[in-house]
Design a protein around this ligand. Structure first.
Ligand SMILES: *Cc1c(COP(=O)(O)O)cnc(C)c1O
Length: 451
């Protein structure tokens, strides 16, 4: 039950097949280069692409644009305290700005940082500070069919082995990303957060939660972790975050806004130094401590969005829509990572296109075919996006929040099923030009189909 209705609409149009073919060729077979008006259903990302509520639009008009001491900042701080249980925040323009503020304050050259799985910008920030980002995903994460309820969990035993190896004194931070974006949006249990917190204490590290999708994670905990059956999502969300020393947040995800972010630091004396370092770094890179790169109106919309994100009716409908897309694709015979995550469904391009070697980018072949077939834009997260790793070739279909209807979802399923029917006709691709930074290749490289 989706629990909202449209009050303002943005027209979409499925442009004719010849136009899609031309647009794709002009884009160098890279969907990041497609103009959005050539896209019919845009599942490139769920980041900042959702629909704001009428309450959020109304709140924009209350924005206090003062440089310092803006009431809009207090409104955001109060919303964070209420929904996340943190009273001290350092605002930032978006999640990666918050990552720069926190990890630049916490991490030094030669350190190691542990995470259930580093999101790409997190990994880049740890590496930019001269530290080594190490993933500790649970074993089930690599099994595309396992019904394990919490495939996003942090593997404490694996982490302990790393700590023994590098020396616990060289690990300033243990991070858990909820939900685990780099592992198909899979959730993390509260039991696992407690266990990881205890491990962080054991090695005297700061325990950080990347809370970008904390509300979606709480919805899964409510459904799957018996201890929390019958509890509200809002109460579970606070419980999840109660174990963290610090939190990184992107408003573009569960803040239900188009831009914004912050770092939150627990209000205890032993974290005063970290909070102060974050504030100073925030001023340097993001803006003064009461706006951090956001306009006053953004702070207001963010405050309202956080409260909406933890309501049961909103977030239950949200994860249900993703599940419905995943189940319908599965029913149509399209191979996917199972079960569907909180924000996206991941298609298994290796299983669908076994005749295309990883070096010829089966995921990118699938992304291009989905666009040509039905104007659907997804994103490759495999051998094209992550060169020189042995990641599986996945294609992510991320659902913007409160945006698409059941008809749009149906169209995506029909499109994917039509592509699956002619899978053996698809060919691989090769890169014809790429940027100088290999980690950012997929954003701007150009490709061409192999004959
Ligand atoms: C999106 C995201 C970020 C970065 O946030 P931006 O707002 O895109 O800069 C960090 N961590 C995770 C898990 C994310 O999904």
């Amino acid at each position: 039950m989706r629990g909202y209705r449209a009050k303002m609409v943005e027209p979409t149009r499925l442009v004719p097949p010849e136009e899609r073919e031309r647009a794709l060729s002009e884009a160098g077979y890279n969907v990041f280069n497609l103009p959005s008006d050539r896209v019919f259903v845009d599942l490139l990302t769920d980041s900042g692409t959702g629909t704001m509520s009428s309450e959020q639009w109304a709140a924009l008009l209350l924005g206090d644009e003062a440089y310092a001491g803006a009431s809009s900042f207090d409104h955001l701080r109060e919303a964070v305290e209420e929904t996340m249980g943190f009273s001290r925040i350092v605002p930032a323009h978006q999640g990666r700005g918050a990552e720069n503020v926190l990890y630049g304050s916490l991490v030094a050259e030669g350190d190691t940082v542990l995470n259930n799985a580093h999101f790409d910008t997190t990994r880049a920030h740890i590496a930019a500070n001269g530290a080594d980002p190490v993933d500790c995903p649970t074993e089930e994460a690599g099994d595309f069919d396992s019904e394990h309820p919490f495939k996003g969990n942090f593997d404490v035993d694996a982490a302990r082995d790393v700590a023994d190896d590098v020396g616990p004194e060289n690990i300033p931070a243990v991070v858990v990303t909820i939900t685990n974006n780099s592992t198909a949006g899979q959730p993390v249990s509260v039991a696992n957060l407690r266990e990881t917190r205890a491990f962080a204490d054991e090695i005297d590290a700061t325990f950080v939660i990347d809370a970008c999708r904390f509300a979606e994670n709480a919805a899964f905990v409510q459904q799957r972790e018996p201890e929390f059956e019958g509890e509200s999502v809002a109460a579970i969300a606070r419980e999840e975050l109660s174990y963290a020393d610090a939190v990184v947040m992107s408003g573009k995800k569960d803040g239900l806004t188009n831009i914004g972010g912050f770092v939150a630091v627990r209000d205890t004396p032993d974290l005063d130094a970290l909070y102060d370092a974050c504030r100073q770094r925030g001023i340097l890179y993001e803006g003064f401590t009461s706006y951090g790169g956001m306009a006053g109106r953004d702070l207001e919309a963010f405050a309202v969005g956080l409260r909406e994100a933890v309501t049961d009716h909103y977030v239950t409908a949200r994860v249900e829509q993703v599940r419905e897309l995943g189940e319908a694709l599965d029913d149509a015979g399209v191979p996917i990572y199972w079960p569907p995550g909180g924000h996206a469904v991941y298609l298994d391009a290796n299983a669908l296109l076994p005749h295309i070697e990883s070096s010829e980018f089966p995921g990118q072949a699938l992304v291009c075919a989905l666009y040509e077939e039905g104007g659907v834009r997804g994103v490759e997260l495999g051998s094209f996006a992550f060169p020189d790793t042995d990641r599986p070739d996945l294609v992510r279909l991320a659902l913007p929040r409160r945006t698409y209807s059941a008809e749009d979802i149906r169209h995506v399923v029909d499109t994917a099923a039509a592509v699956a029917d002619r899978a053996d006709e698809l060919t691989g691709y090769r890169v014809v030009s790429e940027p100088s930074v290999p980690e950012l290749r997929h954003f701007s490289a150009r490709l061409e189909p192999l004959a």
